[in-house]
Design a protein around this ligand. Structure first.
Ligand code: FES
Ligand SMILES: [Fe+2]
Length: 351
């Protein structure tokens, strides 16, 4: 590759020593799974360098906001005394109350006499996940993540892990096909064409062969088509399918910066009912569908967790190279890194 292709590096106002760009790219980021945000309960966490609070009001509207009361700066998180009363967030200091739009609706003297509001984040709840939009200048979103309530997908099964890396590094895995045989032992990895990039959406299609089972003799071999899609650097899906067996899986890789050095890497998986289980192994079709699907959901999730955990060690210990020495079949990485530039502020610096 040409060194000049990486001469321009985007920066945000916040940077750290490890990467030449902000630890907090612009975009949509996972906050929590819907089922974990119950009405009447207040939650708090570190999210993109901020302490946030979030809750669901009596109309199921979710609010995600900075945990700082705009009156005199009290910390609104539940462990500092913030609490919910009738769907309103009540500050522990002077008792101001905020609704799920973030607006102050009550002060110590009654209704507010001036407009007072929490710093809120635009949210999107879809497919059992709550996402929120982050922009360093608090600009409104100019693109959306899609509706994930589509199709006949099962419930999500998920786990998360804190790791020291950056969402740009984890998402780069989705275009780095040459690591798949080496790290994950896939074979016959074949790209089905150049990356498709349309604004904030990136798509990469490829095929591979995957052996699944405890030993070489006791395993099934799947010829898999895979589609990777990204909506920014925080939200990726990987959809492996094995058409012959009517087997469709959707894996989510949700990477949310915590504090500028660590990310929450969330793995979630769902699948459709297996169409022709006997293709996988004769007799499987005799097992009740519900049992079979639940069984495979667990198996595939275990495989997904194992596969991704093979990347953790590398992500945590690698250096970000602005001028990587790529071979000609790795030009997707150059295109991916150009795609990434849109998720940082429009200021550029020559190295
Ligand atoms: S600081 Fe929150 S009500 Fe005063
Ligand atoms: Fe990987």
């Amino acid at each position: 590759m040409q060194a000049k292709e990486f001469l321009k590096v985007p920066v945000n106002s916040v940077t750290n020593d490890r990467y030449p760009f902000s630890p907090f790219p612009i975009g949509w980021f996972w906050v929590e799974f819907s089922e974990n945000v119950k009405r009447g309960q207040l939650y708090s966490k570190q999210w993109l360098g901020e302490t946030i609070v979030y809750w669901r009001d009596t109309n199921d509207q979710v609010c995600v906001a900075d945990a700082t009361c705009p009156h005199l700066g009290a910390n609104l998180s539940p462990k500092r005394g913030g609490r919910l009363k009738n769907g309103l967030l009540v500050c522990p200091f002077h008792g101001f109350s905020y609704d799920a739009t973030g607006a102050c609706v009550r002060t110590h003297t009654g209704p507010p006499t001036q407009r007072l509001s929490l710093n809120t984040y635009r949210t999107r709840e879809t497919g059992g996940v709550i996402y929120a939009w982050w922009h360093p200048n608090r600009m409104e979103p100019d693109w959306m993540i899609p509706n994930f309530d589509d199709g006949e997908w099962s419930r999500l099964i998920y786990s998360s892990q804190e790791i020291q890396t950056h969402p740009q590094e984890t998402a780069e895995n989705g275009v780095d096909l040459t690591h798949l045989p080496h790290v994950h032992s896939y074979s016959d990895v074949q790209s089905l064409g150049p990356l498709e990039i349309e604004g904030p959406v990136l798509k990469n299609e490829f095929t591979l062969t995957r052996r699944l089972g405890p030993t070489d003799k006791l395993c099934i071999t799947l010829k898999v088509s895979a589609v990777v899609k990204m909506w920014g650097l925080g939200v990726s899906t990987i959809e492996p399918s094995f058409e012959e067996a009517g087997l469709y899986v959707r894996q989510f890789a949700l990477c949310t910066p915590i504090d500028g050095t660590k990310v929450n890497f969330v793995m979630a998986l769902q699948m459709k009912d297996i169409g022709r289980p006997n293709v996988l192994a004769p007799g499987l079709g005799l097992i009740p569908k519900r049992v079979l699907n639940a069984w495979f959901l667990r198996i595939f999730f275990g495989v997904y967790q194992k596969d991704i955990s093979q990347d953790f060690e590398i992500w945590e210990n690698k250096k970000y190279l602005t001028y990587p020495r790529l071979s000609p079949d790795e030009s997707s990485i150059v295109r991916y890194r150009r795609y990434c530039q849109q998720f940082y502020l429009d200021s550029f610096e020559d190295l």
